[in-house]
Design a protein around this ligand. Structure first.
Ligand SMILES: Cc1ncc(COP(=O)(O)O)c(C=O)c1O
Length: 346
């Protein structure tokens, strides 16, 4: 049972009972809100003086419809970063550990360290693939969560469905697949695997392809039991009214997201070609960024920022990423400017 994996002190956990989880309708005189109204008149939500729905049901239902699953399989959070943090706090006891596969997104390690939980790193292979046999051999009785990022940030690589199944099937803990960039990938999301893999939890976000990093909405998709527990341990009103409504509106703009995606993929290809012509090693990418390698890349990144105001991410100090920088795909004009200035630096 997946609930056996939950930290022992949380198994019978009684959640904080917030005012709005008790009553959703009526004359609200229970939450010390300002009943006169709000100092801000926000057209997207005219009840800013009231707390939001603690369980974000409208958004979860809209997402459920969009994904073809039940809202009971969806937890929404203040960015997927909140879900990462909560998952560690839900499952990992202080003497247990998580596994990450570096180079990868930095927040798994940060969230674990903040929670006082050990982090074991199983490096990706030299071409940034998951070394499944090595990963499985490193699992021990203390291993509670394996974090896989697919497409991986910053390498842009995908995990294969059969590899994921092998990991889930051979591990008695939780496997989190972070699909923050999956909209840009050539393969579909692994959300369809949720019904058959009890220990799989998928993370998604509105921050990337949907262009909504500013509203901080991310979500976890899993079987009902872990979602129920995430909802028990989260802060009472983790998702605000405005963000929730914008995320619902965003789902109705799906064609617009697809337009963005098409343009970004086209630009990714063009940029990769131009960078290759300049002599950069460009790693294949399934996301909205390119990881590239060039001698003295740190210096190039610094010059780009200082002389031309173009900011890219320097990964030179990270294992396996010597002389690597990560470039997020910009607008066609930004990409052209980048190439022009890079050629002048080089
Ligand atoms: C792989 C990955 N996961 C999660 C996040 C955080 O997403 P959110 O904005 O939903 O917290 C990022 C942000 O860069 C990311 O790269």
């Amino acid at each position: 049972m997946i609930t056996d994996l939950i930290r022992s002190n949380l198994r019978g956990f009684k959640p904080y009972s917030s005012a709005r989880s008790l009553y959703q309708k009526g004359v609200f005189m229970d939450a010390n809100e300002n009943s006169l109204g709000s100092v801000i008149n926000e057209s997207i939500d005219n009840e800013l003086n009231r707390y939001p729905d603690p369980y974000s049901l409208d958004l979860r239902k809209a997402l459920g419809k969009f994904l073809g699953i039940s809202e009971k399989n969806i937890f929404v959070g203040n960015g997927s970063d909140e879900a990462i943090d909560l998952l560690i706090r839900l499952f990992v006891e202080p003497d247990e550990e998580i596994i990450i596969m570096e180079p990868t997104y930095g927040m798994y390690k940060v969230a674990a360290e903040v929670a006082g939980v050990a982090v074991k790193n199983i490096s990706l292979t030299s071409d940034f693939q998951v070394d499944v046999p090595n990963l499985l051999s490193q699992i021990n009785s203390k291993t509670k969560i394996i974090f896989c990022c697919s497409p991986n940030n910053p390498t842009g690589t995908l995990i294969k469905p059969e590899e994921l199944e092998k990991i889930c099937g051979n591990f008695r803990g939780i496997v989190v697949v972070d699909e923050a960039y999956v909209e840009f990938a050539s393969k579909p999301s692994l959300i369809g695997k949720i019904s058959s893999l009890e220990n799989l939890i998928i993370l998604r976000t509105f921050s990337k392809a949907w262009g909504l990093a500013g509203i901080r909405v991310g979500y976890a998709v899993a079987q009902e039991a872990p979602i129920e527990y995430l909802n028990k341990i989260k802060p009472p009103y983790n998702l605000n009214r405005v963000s929730s409504k914008i995320a619902i509106q965003a789902l109705q703009q799906y064609p617009k997201m697809l337009e963005f995606k098409t343009l970004i993929l086209r630009e990714r290809e063009k940029l990769a070609l131009e960078l290759t012509k300049l002599g950069f090693k460009v790693f294949p990418s399934e996301a909205n960024f390119l990881l590239v390698r060039y001698p003295n890349a740190s210096l190039i990144a610094k010059k780009l920022a200082e002389d031309f105001g173009i900011i890219v991410r320097d990964f030179n100090s990270k294992p396996k990423l010597e002389n690597c920088i990560r470039i997020s795909i910009g607008t066609p004009e930004q990409n052209q400017l980048l190439i022009k200035n890079l050629s002048s630096i080089i």
